[in-house]
Design a protein around this ligand. Structure first.
Ligand SMILES: [Zn+2]
Length: 260
């Protein structure tokens, strides 16, 4: 089946959906905690070239691949997984954990492909990953990003393509607790290299701090921190303010600057 995405610029983005996914993949993606993930094509999983390097990272790698492809079944008691190919029995919990780990790591590779990018952009345009919390970004939709490519380090974050900064996902948003390595550190950057027409314009304005109608000087924060340090310990009284603008000056020396 083929559908087209509509970018903010009006450009059509073709997306080819796979005709089917395995029962395991469908069940896995139905879980709310996996809402940030997309369906990895079975053809991608079956191509061993795509999986190079994952063998050593996943216990029971071959069995995990077969489990993701739906080539296993749970026995009557539900305590073991039966491999339809080999007939072997494995612990169901361990098999499920290995399959989820494999799917996540394969997903991080899949979303770097044009097909994976298109699927994630479909979710992006639908606002599935949330919106930028920065006021000047005007609720621009965001993409997920990992802060580490190693599994188990941190959960996913969101990347705003307008201000090009990274934020915590909204609390309680489905999928926001998934492992960031299942998305990867390079995904949004690859996505906009693949579909540059979907990159939104930069925000028009920057936030300007004002107090009683006067703009607060950009050095106010540095001066306040120095003043606080001086109050905290007299030992800091000899420190020198190395603010870029203007000559160096001792902490606490009042300048002709509005400091709020
Ligand atoms: Zn933003």
């Amino acid at each position: 089946m083929s559908v087209k995405l509509q970018s903010s610029a009006g450009a059509a983005v073709p997306v080819n959906r796979p005709p089917s996914t395995s029962w395991w993949t469908a069940r896995f993606l139905d879980k709310p905690e996996n809402a940030f993930l997309c369906a990895v094509d079975e053809s991608f999983v079956r191509d061993r070239f795509n999986l190079i390097g994952l063998e050593d990272a996943i216990p029971g790698f071959d069995a995990a691949v077969r489990h993701v492809l739906g080539e296993t079944r749970t026995d009557g008691g539900g305590g073991a997984v039966v491999d339809k190919t080999s007939g072997g029995h494995r612990n169901a919990c361990g098999q499920e954990a290995a399959a989820e780990l494999f799917y996540g790591m394969a997903h991080a590779r899949y979303v770097m492909t044009p097909t994976g990018v298109a699927k994630m952009f479909e979710k992006y345009l639908a606002g599935c990953f949330g919106h930028c919390p920065r006021v000047n970004c005007d609720r621009s939709p965001v993409l997920p990003i990992g802060l580490s490519d190693a599994v188990g380090i941190d959960t996913v974050r969101i990347y705003c393509p307008r201000c090009m900064d990274v934020y915590w996902p909204p609390a309680g948003l489905n999928g926001s607790s998934v492992d960031g390595a299942y998305i990867g550190t390079g995904f949004p950057h690859m996505a906009f290299m693949t579909q540059p027409e979907l990159r939104p314009a930069r925000p028009r304005g920057r936030f300007a701090a004002k107090l009683y109608g006067f703009t607060v000087h950009k050095s106010a924060g540095d001066l306040q921190r120095l003043a606080a340090a001086e109050r905290k310990g007299g030992a800091n009284s000899n420190c020198v303010d190395k603010t870029k603008d203007g000559p160096p000056r001792r902490c606490g020396v009042q300048q002709n600057t509005a400091v709020a």
